[in-house]
Structure formats: C-alpha cells, structure tokens
Write a protein that binds this ligand. Sequence first.
Ligand code: DP6
Length: 358
Amino acid sequence: MDLKKFKTRNIYNEIEDGSITCKSPSNIALIKYWGKKDIQIPLNPSISFTLDNCNTTTTLTYQKKSTNDISFELFFDGNSKEEFEPKISQFFNRVIEYVPFLNSYHFKIDTTNTFPHSSGIASSASGMSALATCVVELEQKLSQEMSLNEIRRKASFLSRLGSGSACRSIEGPMVLWGKHSSIKESSDIYGIKLPIEINQVYNNYQDTILIVEKGQKLVSSSVGHELMNNHDFKTQRFIQASNRLTQIISALESGDLMGFIKIVELEALTLHAMMMSSDPYFILMRPNTLKIINKVWEFRKSTSIPVCFTLDAGANVHILYPKTFQKPIDNFIKKELLKYCQDGQFIADCVGEGVKII
Ligand code: DP6
C-alpha cells in the first residue's frame, strides 16, 4: 500500500495562530463494517448513507509553540472533557507521521453535537471526521499543495485512523469503504463517494432515527470488531458482505427498492446475529426494537410502501424511506412507533453531502 502520498510534503507558509471550523455528519451503514485488522483495516467493504442533521461541529484553534510534541485541550459543549482526551490523544499519535506539523502547535478543540450525547447515537464518526478535516485544512493553509480531491482523500484517510466508520462521513450521499473487486477505485484505507449512477428513487432518502434506548453503548465497537477474529462464521460473513455489496449496487443502479430493502434488513439482522453468536455473546436489541421491526413489516405488507429499517450497534432503529412517502410514514411513526421510543424521542434525518468547512 502506498502510504507516502498521505504524508505532508512541503510547508511553505509560516502561520503563528488561527482557527478552523468544520461541521461533519454521522453516517448509517447499509452494508455493515463489523470486523477489522491492524488500525481500522476493514475485513469487508461497507456502504453507507451520509446523514445530514446528526452532526458534530468542531473548531480547532491553533497557536505555534517552541516544543516539539502533541499538545491539546478539549472542550465539549464549552466544558473541559478529560474523559474524551485518551481517544483524541490516540488519534493524534496515529496521524502524526502523516501530519508532523501538528507537533509545532498547541490546539484547543471545541466540539458540539446536534444530537444529545446520551441519545445512543455514536458520535465517533461525526466527531473524528470533523477533527480530521480541521487537521487537513490546516495542512492546506500551510502547504497549499492539495487538490480538492486530495483533501477529501486525506481527510477520509485520517478519519479512519480515529474511527473506521468516520472515513465514510467526508462525502455524500453514499460512500464505499473497503476494497471490492467490482470497483477499482475502492480502498481499505479511505472511503470514496460511491462511483455509480444512483437511481433517482434514492434521492433525498429519509432516515427517522427512533431512540429506543438512550445512554452509552453497552459494548464498544472496538470490542465487537475484535470478537469477529475468532467468530465461527467469520469466513462466510466476509464473503457474504462482499456479495451483498454487489447486489445492493445493482439495486441502487436499477431503482429496485424491494431488492434494496431486502439487503438492508438482512445486513442489520446479520450484524446483530454476529453479536449474538460471538464468544462472549451479547444482545443489543431490546423488546421495543423487535416491536418496531414487526410493525414496520406489517405496515409495509399492508400498504406496499417501501419503508425498511436498519440497526446500528445498539437498540435504536433507523427507519429508511423515500421522501415521497414522508406523509404516510410520519403518521405511521407517530401513531404506531413513538410509543416504543424512550421519552418518545426520535431524530428526523435524511441523506446529506458530507463535511463542510464553516
Ligand atoms: C456497527 O467505526 O465505531 O456501526 O473502527 O473501532 O471506531 P471503530 O468502530 P466503528 O464501528 C462501526 C460499526 C457499525 C457498523 C458500521 O458503521 O459499518
């Protein structure tokens, strides 16, 4: 793998201080990333919808210093957050070989999320991609050598070193991460905008996130990924994910919504089946998760409206549907599903375009 192209080349500009603000969204995987080696090298390719309303805004304030080391302070919603520092420290240590100029500055990182920290929505994808983009923007100010495409690639590459799924948040509306034989530009080390012509039925796709259970994840993604290494179904799972990727690409090109729905739901259930059959085994779905899934199936059968669900590594349910069906689905959600959400909480989201510099 040619990693040289991700290293900072020349620094032309002497910059003493300044700040950069980026806003980056979360994403929801349709083909799931579950299993990795080394530092976030995925064991199968994944595809995601980039979201729009669930995002992190990060301001990176920098001040030149004389020592040569990593130095930062972190504020979350304006308050100092020491418990988040190890993850950021790990990120800086992993990326430093690609962006060595970081050693010359002291950083203040101010970060806020649009979704509540305790909502059960993972903030690592939006948070890491926002921070990585700020770092790449600083590099661009210092060197001015990268094209827009190179900036995006490097932001995705660095995001991945923070959290795997974060590399899928740089662009939109759909991103592919992980090598797949049918797409030659695909890569294990960064995400790319899905290079196919996506049928217009997927334009403006909606994602209503039903908060079944707030609070921190019971099992961290890293522990979950680790359990795939000795999983009985490991080999078959990675072949299956690649095959499903081929199938979903064809459903995305042709507009075959029923084919799309089948793969998306199979992937969500397979992710949880992997958790339920690992050693140690665990269940992240809750009784209300299953009630919602059954209601979605009943509603789809009785109305023929192409609505489906997907799941993250948690109990919350993402309800996915084309914008044209917004009205009947809003009614369905209000009447039939909100009673299964903690405090009736949900987030109305839709596909978006990725990170923005503010
Ligand atoms: C279930 O990206 O959170 O959401 O690379 O260890 O940071 P790390 O894991 P993370 O894993 C996400 C797993 C998932 C599926 C997916 O987003 O593809």
